[in-house]
Design a protein around this ligand. Structure first.
Ligand SMILES: NC(=O)c1ccc[n+]([C@@H]2O[C@H](COP(=O)([O-])OP(=O)(O)OC[C@H]3O[C@@H](n4cnc5c(N)ncnc54)[C@H](OP(=O)(O)O)[C@@H]3O)[C@@H](O)[C@H]2O)c1
Length: 263
């Protein structure tokens, strides 16, 4: 399938590793110009070099930015617009908020998770839209979690703000359809990244089991019997963000190996 990405520019946020990295690499592999951001300069530089070397695409740029900060997002767009007029494809990703149940979360943590998980999507979308509207073409894919369909124990912050992103995305899909801007949500179930290893570790500490036992239990609840790979997740992100997707908008798609049982 031709994804028709050769003349497109994508921004993938939070992309020095994990799902963001795999997605940025997949876009670069399809010939798109790709901007990546994350907070750590050295990690980002390493990611950019790896993508350039492994895909042979030199049009890959890293810009240090913390997506929970409004000023960083403005600076990110200023730097992008020094190179191109705007971005065609926005992949909204961010680090996950800390684990915890309701009683362990104070106002400060609620505010931080709001900025990280919801306001980042609002701000990045706002700055992407003028160019997309002007050219009557755009794709926005918001990474969330399978928790948008089924809340996950001990992840109160994620459960709360990711459903906010789902509501925002559906509303935007309706508002932006007339500009041929398609907005979708992509929810990972359990994809093998540092974040999932960290959550397994936290659970092992809670339950007194080994990390291996925790992982084994998680895998046995997944119909496909294993964690997914970042590449399997990225394949759907790139399709939804591409010109090959002409008619899917306002949807929440889970890449979860069948984990969530709801229709
Ligand atoms: N993997 C899964 O199965 C899974 C399941 C459900 C939900 N999710 C969610 O999907 C997202 C990505 O997950 P992942 O597994 O890829 O996580 P990960 O392996 O921990 O990678 C997180 C990436 O985000 C960057 N980052 C973190 N905070 C940032 C910030 N404030 N601004 C800019 N970049 C930031 C990190 O780079 P720096 O440290 O350099 O900033 C890193 O590149 C997370 O929100 C996670 O909670 C993942």
């Amino acid at each position: 399938m031709d994804l028709k990405l050769a003349d497109k520019t994508a921004l993938v946020t939070a992309a020095s590793r994990g799902l963001g990295f795999a997605t940025a690499k997949a876009f670069a592999g399809e010939g798109a110009r790709v901007f990546l951001c994350s907070r750590s300069g050295p990690a980002l530089l390493h990611a950019v070099e790896r993508i350039q070397n492994e895909t042979g695409n030199a049009l890959v740029y890293g810009i240090v930015a913390d997506v929970s900060l409004s000023a960083d997002i403005e600076e990110l767009f200023a730097q992008i617009q020094a190179v191109v007029p705007g971005i065609d494809i926005l992949i909204n990703n961010a680090g996950g908020p800390p684990a915890g149940a309701f009683d362990g979360v104070d106002d400060e943590l609620w505010q931080r998770a709001f900025s990280l998980s919801l306001m980042s999507v609002v701000r990045l979308t706002r700055l992407s839209l003028p160019h997309m509207r002007q050219q009557m073409w755009g794709r926005i894919v918001n990474f969330t979690s399978s928790s948008v369909k089924q809340p996950i124990e001990n992840l109160i912050l994620s459960n709360t703000f990711r459903t906010g992103v789902a509501g925002l995305s559906k509303s935007l899909a309706l508002e932006l359809a007339k500009y041929n801007i398609l907005v979708n949500v992509l929810g990972p179930g359990k994809i093998s990244t540092d974040r999932v290893a960290e959550l397994d570790k936290i659970r092992a500490v809670h339950t007194g089991e080994s990390e291996q036992q925790v992982k084994h239990q998680s895998e046995s609840a997944i119909p496909l019997g294993r964690y997914g790979s970042p590449e399997e997740f990225a394949a759907m992100a790139v399709f939804l963000g591409s010109a090959a997707n002409g008619y899917i908008t306002g949807q929440t798609v889970l890449v979860d190996g069948g984990l969530v049982r709801s229709l």
